[in-house]
Each structure stands twice: as structure tokens, then as C-alpha cells.
Design a protein. Structure first.
Length: 196
């Protein structure tokens, strides 16, 4: 008899945690709409993260954004990781795949073999994509080149950061990439749904 009670308790705690996270996300969206100016890093409180809204297939994001050439995009992998790429035109994203090949793929293919259902774009607080046309040019110049892929030392996030001009910083995780992008663009980052 105690085992079913434990399951019920665990389910209740999980439901409360999910509701709390959804409420936090809604509060972040409301706070965002209050700002009239773009939030630079100087606007942050001392211990506030420069990543305002992470991409999530589980919690709704109200903002939908059209990508610009050089926009940084991502989708989910397994509900835990994120895969990044660079938007280069109406239906093309350049990525570094898990085999080490830099290749152009369609929007549909970007999410096809991954668990994420949506593509998200890194934006500022006014829903303007953080885009860099020269990063798109660098990515295009590397199409069909192969790299020695490594999940920590040479992954998709590091490829994106190198295209953005950050050759020497060690970018391992999605969070590392976000922190570097926040500094480069001097913006608080919001991951908004791609309107594509």
C-alpha cells in the first residue's frame, strides 16, 4: 500500500514543479513586454543570467520571429540537449552534424532526426534576431568540409561560435554558447519560436 502513495506523492510534486516552471516562463514573457528599449548586459542585476528564456518544446513561447540571414537557431535533442545551426536563407540552415560534416539542410530536416519539434531563434528583448551576416558567410564557405567531431571539444556550439568570430574561447555547452553570444551582441538572450 505505501508504494502507490509514494507514486501519487511523486506525481503531485512533479505536477507542481511543471506548473511553477510554466508560471515563471509566463512571468518572464510579461516582464519582457514591459521593456521599451533593448536589454543590454548592463541592464542586468548582479546575479541575473543573460539568458532570459531558454528554448523549450514543453513550455509555450508566445513570440514568433522571422529569421534573418546569420540568425542562430536551435532545436532540442532528447529533451536535455540542444543542437545549433546558422540560418542562411529561406529554407536552409548550416550545421555541423554528429559525424563532423558541415552541411546545408532544410528547415524540416533540421528537426527531423531530433526530438525537438520546433526551431528557436536567439533574439533580443524586442524579438529582433541576433544575426550576423558574416557568420553566415563563414558557414557557407565551410560547406562539405569535415571536422573531427567531439561531443565536448568540437561540437555544433563551437562551430557556431567560430563562425561568429570567437576562435579562441572554449565553447562546450549550449549555455557556454549563450554566454558568449550575450557578450558579443551585448544583449540579454531570448529564444523565440521560428516563424518558418
Amino acid at each position: 500500500m505505501p508504494l502507490p502513495l509514494l507514486w501519487l506523492g511523486a506525481a503531485a510534486v512533479s505536477a507542481f514543479a511543471v506548473k511553477s516552471a510554466a508560471d515563471d516562463r509566463k512571468a518572464q514573457q510579461k516582464q519582457r513586454s514591459r521593456y521599451r528599449k533593448v536589454q543590454s548586459l548592463m541592464d542586468l542585476e548582479r546575479h541575473e543570467s543573460p539568458i532570459a528564456i531558454y528554448p523549450s518544446d514543453y513550455f509555450s513561447t508566445e513570440q514568433r520571429v522571422k529569421p534573418a540571414v546569420g540568425s542562430i537557431v536551435c532545436c532540442g535533442i532528447g529533451g536535455v540537449l540542444d543542437h545549433t545551426g546558422i540560418w542562411v536563407d529561406d529554407d536552409t540552415i548550416i550545421e555541423l552534424d554528429g559525424e563532423g560534416l558541415i552541411k546545408p539542410i532544410s528547415v524540416k530536416r533540421f528537426t527531423k532526426e531530433r526530438s525537438g519539434k520546433h526551431i528557436f531563434i536567439a533574439c533580443d528583448s524586442n524579438a529582433t534576431p541576433l544575426a550576423c551576416a558574416s557568420a553566415a558567410d563563414k558557414a557557407i564557405a565551410q560547406i562539405f568540409q569535415a571536422r573531427k567531431y567531439h561531443v565536448l571539444d568540437n561540437n555544433c556550439h563551437r562551430f557556431i561560435w567560430q563562425c561568429l568570430g570567437g576562435e579562441h574561447e572554449k565553447v562546450i555547452t549550449f549555455k557556454d554558447l549563450n554566454l558568449c553570444m550575450a557578450k558579443k551582441f551585448n544583449r540579454k538572450i531570448y529564444w523565440d519560436l521560428c516563424d518558418c
